[in-house]
Design a protein around this ligand. Structure first.
Ligand code: ARG
Length: 643
């Protein structure tokens, strides 16, 4: 994602244009801003209404039949019936070279761009700016009109798997959505820090270390650390269960005897012995030695961690993701946690309860958040405690403007408690900068063999399936250069697009057949649309560098005009996405475009057209390909050129 560009509006342009004082207006980056600026200025001239008010109320439309921009006139706060006001404003709008006379449609004033100037601006820009078209490096500036004040900084914390445990669907979604949010902020000019907060600390690592002594194998660890550690983890958990059985039985016996007032001293002695040698107790002791900083214990744990990270990096690379920071529960300093409870105590948030320290949110106007343990009876911190320490450390280390936690909705309560504690500690300034981006569950994620442990297994399985699908078209298949690699990319696209279809909060069922189909709004279909545009360019035998000089006035058909209007709105789609923070905002736009494209091919033929028309149409398709490419890249997809 580091190659994603973000163009910035030239400063000189700002000082020479008088009208770009409108907030968030960057006519050199966003063609629709030219129109907003024009409409606001002209309408203000004709009516005396404040131009900035008009500017800020001009909205994009969901469908092209509602215009390219619409003004809900009620938002102008003029005491008049909106319908009448809309009619009146329509009649007062001066004749314009850029837009048709506006139409009043109920309480809305609809503006349609005149096609030729739009075509020239938009197609020229897309073909020249290429990957930068639609990006807006000004959006992420601390002061959009003064770049010298620097960029805003955002931490996107995402993926965050637990070492030696399965990388489950929740981590997959967090990875996909988090990667997208990082890309989105990058193209909008933010300084983005991608952080992976590993589950890498706790008693289970004591268990794992001991398990490795019994079941571990150095060679297997080096070769495939993630799977090997998971195997060890499963085996040692088997031991725990074995040891637990007699302990549980003995406990029951003691309880029953006590009820009958019988002597239990022999059983209690026996129980103590069993506990002493149990795997669980050994794990606790091992973890205690890690907490106490025992170098040998830490060295083994660190190797597990490092090897796992190295392997995770390979998997993330397949998804176009690289993290800037691998933090984790282990990295939170105990001083930070101590500092946090002190602050909590002072603020009256922390209280003692049966030897533990708890926060009772019900006493602080947050009934729904219940109570949370902050420090256990035995003095050890919890998941929440580490997050409290971490939020403070991150604030000190990065001075971020915003931090996003991309975590499953199952942890809604956890994050709400974290933010509330932070606020109650007197750090509302910090909690206000943090946001939980949640998402629903995935059901039935498994490979065809029925097993699922890790992301790699899933991606391989979907890739294999894609390969089978590709082989069905023998002629096409024979032309693909590296079919395995392409199948892998298509498989990843399939998984990601399925995940990004629908709002984040909705869960979905993992459906291999549906996601790998070329029909419907699927990943393979999106790739097909891109590859088809690439193949068209190859077959046209035109020099792509000459396309910007095409005569765009020749693009007069409704299909061509609508496609241009859609391409014009891409920068607005990105800005809108920065408000929704939903991948579907981008994806739905891309599918609108691919549908429009597929109905255009028969009407707007390239091959066989007059040379000038051919060139103009090819330029239009090349521009569409570019925008499709840009959108796919923001989503984290790798557009393929043929398959
Ligand atoms: N490792 C955790 C899990 O798998 C997710 C961590 C989420 N982030 C956080 N700051 N708590 O459940």
């Amino acid at each position: 994602a580091s190659d994603l560009p973000a163009s910035v509006e030239a400063l000189t342009l700002q000082s020479t244009t008088t009208t770009s004082d409108y907030p968030g207006c960057f006519p050199s980056l966003n063609p629709m801003d030219i129109y907003r600026e024009h409409i606001a200025t002209e309408l203000s001239k004709g009516t005396g209404i404040d131009a900035e008010l008009i500017y800020t109320r001009l909205a994009w439309t969901n469908t092209l039949d509602k215009g390219d921009l619409a003004l809900p006139v009620a938002a102008l706060r003029i005491k008049k019936k909106p319908q009448e006001l809309a009619e009146e404003l329509a009649s007062k709008f001066p004749a314009s070279d850029l837009v048709h006379p506006p139409t009043a449609c109920g309480p809305h004033l609809q503006f349609f761009c005149k096609p030729q100037p739009l075509a020239n601006t938009v197609l020229g820009r897309v073909l020249n700016e290429k990957a930068a078209y639609g990006t807006n490096g000004n959006a992420g500036l601390k002061d959009p009109k003064d770049p010298s004040k620097g960029q805003k900084k955002i931490i996107v914390e995402f993926s965050s798997p637990n070492i030696a445990k399965p990388f489950h669907a929740g981590h997959l979604r967090s990875t996909i959505i988090g990667g997208f949010l990082a890309n989105l902020h990058t193209v909008l000019g933010w300084d983005v820090i991608k952080m992976n907060y590993l589950g890498d600390w706790g008693k289970q690592y004591g268990l794992l270390a001991n398990g490795f002594k019994y079941f571990g194998n150095e060679e297997a660890l080096q070769k495939d650390p993630i799977n090997h550690l998971f195997d060890v983890y499963v085996k040692v958990n088997g031991l725990v269960a074995e040891h637990d059985k007699p302990i549980k039985e003995l406990k029951e016996e003691i309880k029953a005897k006590k009820e009958k007032n019988e002597d239990v001293s022999a059983q209690e002695a026996e129980l103590a012995k069993l506990v002493e040698v149990s795997e669980d107790e050994k794990a606790r002791r091992y973890f205690k030695s890690m907490e106490d900083g025992d170098p040998e214990a830490l060295a083994l744990w660190r190797r597990f961690r490092d090897l796992s990270i190295a392997k995770y990096k390979q998997t993330y690379a397949r998804l176009n993701i690289d993290f800037d920071v691998y933090s984790g529960e282990s990295q939170v300093k105990s001083e930070s946690m101590t500092k946090a409870y002190k602050a909590m105590e002072q603020a009256g948030v922390a209280e003692e309860s049966e030897g533990a320290i708890i926060a009772d949110f019900t006493k602080h106007g947050a009934k729904k958040l219940g109570k949370a343990i902050i420090v256990r009876k035995d003095g050890t911190p919890l998941y929440l405690t580490r997050d409290i320490g971490a939020i403070i450390e991150r604030d000190e280390a990065y001075h971020f403007d915003k931090m996003i936690y991309v975590v499953a909705a199952q942890q809604d309560l956890h994050l709400a408690q974290l933010f509330k504690v932070t606020e109650l500690m007197g750090r509302k300034d910090l909690s206000d900068r943090c946001e939980h981006i949640n998402f629903g569950m995935v059901h039935g994620m498994s490979t065809r063999k029925g097993t699922v442990k890790f992301l790699d297994d899933i991606l391989r399985d979907v890739g294999d399936k894609m390969h089978e699908v590709m082989k069905k078209n023998e002629v096409k298949y024979a032309q693909v250069e590296n079919p395995e690699k392409v199948a892998d990319t298509l498989g990843i696209t399939a998984v990601m697009v399925q995940d990004m279809t629908g709002k984040r909060i909705n869960g979905y069922t993992f459906n291999l057949e549906a996601m790998t189909s070329f029909e419907g709004d699927t990943g393979p279909y999106l790739q097909y649309a891109h590859a088809r545009l690439c193949s068209m360019t190859r077959k046209s035998e035109l020099n792509v560098d000459e396309l910007p000089s095409a005569n765009f006035d020749l693009l007069t058909e409704p299909h061509a005009i609508d496609l241009i209007r859609l391409l014009a709105s891409w920068p607005d789609v990105l800005i809108n996405t920065s408000k929704t923070l939903e991948p579907i905002t981008v994806l739905a736009y891309l599918f609108r475009m691919t549908h429009m494209l597929s109905s255009s091919y028969d009407v707007l033929k390239v091959i066989g057209s007059e040379p000038e028309v051919k060139k103009a149409r090819m330029a239009l398709y090349a521009a569409a390909r570019q925008v499709l490419h840009n959108g796919m890249r923001v989503l984290g997809l790798n557009p393929v050129e043929r398959y």
